[in-house]
Ligand binder design. Structure first.
Ligand code: SF4
Ligand code: SF4
Length: 352
């Protein structure tokens, strides 16, 4: 992206929002030189002085080096590495795993905020526990993301997952992680489910379950704007940032109206779902990739319902029987203790 175009976007965003999070992804964002990111941070200082302005870079890790890691640390930029801990076969067959491992260890030692994002498909489904163990050894946060039928994955139909099998694997890992009392690795989606159950509302960063629309935009290098960073169809294009006068105008576009109408129609069908108050109707792009944006009950629904219900049952059991928490991981311990200390706290927050 041209830095002038980025400055235009930052200027428009600063006029409409009190805080912002920029997620740099691609393609491979580190194809841009460090000088680009230095200029971007300078732009942010000019437009967001005194306000929250977060940055996350999502990379495959192959272009990381110690200078760039130091730059990220000193500018509080988080580094998210898309990486399956040695089980890349399928989507990333030629990745230099040893190099990415060494960079992740470096990131971790430097104390730079970072996480690992593992895409799960039929080729590495049985390696999920091992992926967790390897990321756990690095003490980094981990997210599991199922492959969806979009972008590069369209070239690998044999890697698509079966919903029941994937949900079952998630449950098996959750059970290991739940009782892993010394782990420092939070896992998404489990953390989001726990937060939703304990706080009775989702964090905005769990975008599929927090009504993402109007909270995120995706700006392509040429300035085209889409409602989401996942591969949207051209029909969802909301305009171009270079021809935009204010961000609100983008949400008046036909492209945004299309995703909005599709999401509303689907959520109408969700109203009687037993987990709707936690789920909020899932990710529109994931559902669209699964078949039709207006339909539920496909892959994302099946996975969410099965794993969420399992997680909820384990937490309900803890809340009811109040066992010693020493055999549970620190994330569950903290959530449960918070709820037991003040069981109404989250209700009060929700009602405001
Ligand atoms: S469409 Fe899906 S991935 Fe995109 S912002 Fe919304 S919930 Fe998140
Ligand atoms: S699980 Fe499926 S049906 Fe239930 S609320 Fe979520 S998207 Fe709707």
């Amino acid at each position: 992206m041209d830095i002038g175009l980025y400055e235009k976007a930052a200027s428009l965003i600063s006029e409409s929002y009190d805080s912002v999070a920029f997620i740099w992804h691609g393609g491979e964002p580190l194809m841009m030189q460090t000088t680009f990111f230095k200029k971007a941070i300078d732009v942010q200082r000019r437009y967001f002085e005194g306000r929250t302005c977060d940055n996350v870079i999502r990379t495959n890790g192959t272009l990381l080096d110690s200078r760039f890691i130091r730059f990220c640390k000193s500018n509080r930029v988080s580094i998210g590495v898309s990486y399956e801990a040695g089980f890349e076969r399928g989507l990333r067959p030629n990745l230099d795993v040893k190099f990415v491992d060494s960079m992740l260890n470096h990131v971790s030692k430097e104390g730079c905020s970072s996480f690992v994002s593992a895409t799960i498909h039929r080729g590495n489904l049985n390696d999920m526990k091992e992926i967790y163990q390897r990321v756990r050894a690095m003490r980094l946060p981990l997210s599991f993301n199922p492959v969806i039928n979009l972008g590069g994955a369209l070239n690998y139909p044999e890697l698509r997952l079966d919903a029941d099998e994937y949900a079952q694997k998630l449950i098996e890992i959750y059970d290991v992680w739940l009782h892993d009392s010394s782990t420092y690795t939070p896992i998404v989606p489990f953390m989001h489910c726990i937060s939703a159950i304990m706080n009775r509302s989702q964090s905005v960063f769990d975008c599929p379950h927090a009504s993402c629309l109007m909270k995120w935009i995706s700006i392509y290098p040429n300035g085209d704007v889409y409602p989401c960073g996942k591969a949207c169809p051209k029909t969802f294009c909301m305009g171009n940032i270079s021809r935009t006068e204010k961000i609100a105008d983008l949400f008046e576009s036909d492209g945004f109206r299309r995703i909005l109408i599709g999401s509303i129609e689907r959520r109408k069908k969700c109203q009687n779902c037993e987990v709707y108050k936690y789920c909020n109707g899932e990710c529109s792009i994931d559902i669209m990739a699964d078949g039709n944006i207006e339909d539920n009950d496909g892959f994302p629904c099946k996975v969410y319902k099965k794993t969420f219900k399992h997680i909820k049952k384990t937490l309900d059991d803890i809340m009811e029987t109040k066992p010693s928490l020493t055999n549970y991981n620190r994330f569950v311990r903290d959530s449960v203790v918070g709820r037991l200390v003040d069981p109404r706290a989250s209700d009060i927050i929700c009602s405001k």
